[in-house]
Design a protein around this ligand. Sequence first.
Ligand code: SF4
Length: 109
Amino acid sequence: MSQTFSRRDALKGIAVVVGAAGAASTVRTARADAPAHLSPTDPTAQALGYHESAKTVDAKAFPTYAAGQMCNTCAQLQGKPGDEWRPCNIFAGKLVNQNGWCKVWVKKA
Ligand code: SF4
């Protein structure tokens, strides 16, 4: 059994591919617009002792740290509760991990 493709079939195929590529491009654009995650190696993050996980904070190196302190319990954390990565008043334009910690931690009211 042989199949032949008409010019119309070929154009339909191209339209599907172009449409899918456009949709993928839109998704990439939306992600590109999302703020980046704050890196612990960022100079400001390092200066403020930011850790992506409060569990990794060395209490001897950071004596102001106490168990239970984490971004999720900090007054500086913004955004939607439950989101893993959220904005912080201290690190404008970046997202911090809700389980993270830095020296600026202030107890949430
Ligand atoms: S200020 Fe608070 S929310 Fe922001 S990184 Fe430091 S501990 Fe986390």
